[in-house]
Write a protein that binds this ligand. Structure first.
Ligand code: TRP
Length: 468
């Protein structure tokens, strides 16, 4: 497989990557997969699939991935490798080279800032997951009932001090990896923990396979029910493609900047996208049987992971070990994704102020940590504050809800749209061809990024605003 990822034609000389480089094509692919696999796959994908008609939804999701996810992933990786630079300066460099306005660096700005915002919320959930590793290992889920499961979660979110401790620990782990650099930080984390994560997923699926309700779960996840597909399902699929594939934050731009020159980006993107979808499905196969076995139903978001699952694992044999493995996997998935959210801003600070990586990582990390504190307070002391009042698309959200809405509903699609317009319409086709190496795959990509992607993203955007 690897051989087909390597392209034959050498390219013109370019600056060497400044902050580091992946040591092999394989590590590069693993890193992008590691960034993509995260909360999105584990707590959202299984629910969406079950909710919107099983394999019918999977088909729609794959269509969205082809129309939007794949072209944008190629575009982001390409921008990174073309500039070999942090997204903000990289976009500036490419725009200048092409004789375009330096204003296009706004794509880099939007991405890097959104990355920090997203991470501040992501870290809270990372903290919850760490807390649950210890709870499950200590047997706290044994013979839990629904009220007790809800109370267990509530106790955690109600306590600002505990949340603060977990959030701080999670951010420290993320800063540590990013501070150690590409070779000794990001790469080592990816090399060891992505395989561990996939192994745990395999064990969980195997265990779920032994449950009597496995067939019912497969039915829930895979039986095609086209009647459930509506506009909402389509838009959900589109939004999910964005978040799940780590698009719109500059994460893939910076990962592309470290990519070996000889890797074909047009070949890497499909591998990543398929793996990501597969991981989502496997997570469904691992979790849904357990939930059904306990006579419960699949709900979206935090409720599924932090209430339904503890309840379910608490009632079935072997559940304690499996729950511990599950939460360990969750922590790893969130952590490996988190480092890709921090990296764009950290590399910017390194370049802008010429500081050491470890200092840059700490500075940006502390900023993200402070933002996160606002989020965690919105679960308890500030839970009555509704920053947007009853502004309609959101209802009455807390700071945490508003932040999530802005990031996934507005900022990610906006960055995606600008990226598609820049790469498809402003950057010369010659430059992208040099980087991607012609052929039918390239021509198909160009059509998708020019036409399909912008239209689809605008649609998503209007939906988020409550206009469609
Ligand atoms: N893709 C990750 C998930 O599924 C989250 C993530 C990591 C992300 N890096 C990102 C989302 C960059 C958007 C942009 O949970």
């Amino acid at each position: 497989m690897l051989r087909s990822l390597v392209r034959a034609r050498p390219l013109r000389s370019k600056p060497l990557p400044r902050y580091g480089q992946w040591s092999s094509p394989f590590i590069f692919v693993l890193a992008v997969i590691g960034s993509a696999m995260g909360l999105g796959n584990i707590w959202r994908f299984p629910y969406l699939v079950g909710q919107y008609g099983g394999s019918a939804f999977v088909l729609v999701y794959l269509a969205c991935v082809v129309a939007v996810g794949l072209p944008l992933m190629v575009a982001e990786l390409m921008l990174g490798r073309r500039s070999r630079c942090t997204p903000i300066y990289g976009l500036l460099r490419i725009a200048r080279e092409e004789g375009l306005s330096g204003g296009w660096s706004v794509i880099g700005w939007l991405g890097s800032v959104t990355g920090m915002l997203a991470l501040s919320a992501y870290s809270i959930v990372g903290g919850w997951s760490m807390a649950y590793v210890f709870r499950s290992a200590a047997g706290a889920f044994h013979e839990l009932d629904a009220v007790a499961a809800a109370r267990l979660f509530q106790e955690l979110t109600d306590d600002p001090e505990r949340l603060l401790a977990w959030h701080t620990l999670f951010m420290a782990m993320t800063i540590l990896v990013v501070g150690r650099g590409v070779r000794y930080g990001l790469e080592e984390a990816v090399r060891w923990f992505v395989p561990v994560l996939l192994t745990i997923l395999g064990i969980l699926v195997f265990y779920a396979h032994g449950q009597p309700s496995f067939d019912r779960a497969v039915d829930f996840l895979l039986r095609a029910d086209f009647a459930r597909l509506d506009a909402t399902a389509l838009l959900a699929a589109l939004g999910h493609a964005f978040f799940s594939l780590s698009l719109g934050l500059g994460a893939l731009v910076i990962y592309g900047a470290y990519a070996p020159e000889r890797v074909s980006l047009l070949a890497v993107a499909p591998v990543v996208v398929l793996t990501d979808a597969l991981v989502g499905l496997l997570a469904g196969l691992a979790l849904v049987p357990v939930v059904f076995q306990a006579g419960l139903s699949v709900v979206p978001g935090p409720g599924l992971i932090f209430q339904t699952l503890p309840l379910a694992f608490g009632t079935i044999p072997g559940g304690q070990l499996m729950a511990t493995l599950f939460f360990t996997m969750l922590v790893l998935a969130i952590w490996i994704s988190a480092i890709s959210m921090l990296e764009p801003a950290v590399t910017y600070v390194m370049k802008r102020w010429r500081v050491e990586r470890s200092l840059a990582a700490s500075l940006v990390g502390v900023l993200v940590w402070s933002l996160g504190v606002l989020s965690l307070l919105s679960f308890n002391l500030w839970s009555h504050l509704q920053p947007l009042g009853s502004w309609s698309p959101l209802g009455r959200g807390t700071f945490f809800d508003v932040l999530n809405f802005f990031v996934t509903g507005l900022l990610l699609p906006l960055t995606g749209l600008l990226t598609a317009l820049f790469v498809g319409w402003r950057m010369s086709a010659d430059s992208s061809r040099i980087e991607l190496g012609g052929g039918w795959g390239y021509r198909l990509w160009l059509v998708l990024i020019r036409f399909t992607t912008p239209v689809a993203v605008v649609l998503l955007f209007l939906h988020a605003m409550g206009l469609v």
